[in-house]
Design a protein around this ligand. Structure first.
Ligand SMILES: [Ca+2]
Length: 186
């Protein structure tokens, strides 16, 4: 039984690896460039979903607690803990994904599921799923994780699912970046 299980585990893995090797692109790291959807935002200006676009401008390692605190230049939901929240952000250049980075600048730890959109199938693929972290220190952080295998498909958007009720306070997000490869011809 175990041998059968290993067989079915290894074969897709080999297939995926060969697909990966065939993707001969150019390294790229880019920040989210557009807002596709959101559950709520504190206002249409300050703390809006658009504040999660582009390079981080709240998170700063040279500052006390990396710039931790309430800041109009990060996205904030309308209520502190009233409901689950989500942010759906687009990227200007299609790319594979190996690393995801989310700059959490106030009450971090509430993200419990991360999806990226496969441009070939238009389906949302789960790349991270763990319960929210309820015991993080009160400091801004880069929530960074590596996919076990870089995607073999190109992605154009990310969806952050946020368990806001689990992490008391406004769970503000300053920026979102993905790292992988883009096609050579882009
Ligand atoms: Ca919250």
């Amino acid at each position: 039984m175990k041998k059968v299980a290993i067989f079915f585990f290894i074969i897709p893995l080999l297939f995926t690896c060969s697909e990966y090797e065939e993707f001969n692109g150019v390294p790229i790291r880019q920040y989210a460039g557009s807002v596709i959807d959101f559950s709520s935002q504190y206002t249409t200006g300050d703390w809006s979903a658009a504040k999660a676009l582009g390079k981080e401008d709240v998170y700063d390692e040279s500052k006390h607690k990396n710039g931790y605190g309430d800041n109009i230049n990060a996205w904030s939901s309308l209520t502190a803990d009233g409901q689950r929240e989500y942010l759906v952000l687009g990227f200007d250049t299609l790319q594979t994904v190996q690393i995801v980075e989310v700059y959490e600048t106030w009450y971090p730890g509430a993200i419990d599921t991360v999806y990226i959109r496969n441009t070939q199938t238009q389906k949302w693929e789960i790349v991270y799923s763990k319960p929210a972290s309820t015991d993080l220190p009160d400091t801004a952080r880069v929530f960074r994780f590596f996919l076990p295998l870089e995607t073999t498909y190109l992605a154009d958007a990310i969806r952050l699912a946020i368990n806001s009720p689990a992490v008391e306070g406004w769970n503000e997000i300053d920026a979102v970046a993905i790292t992988g490869q883009r096609s050579k011809q882009d």
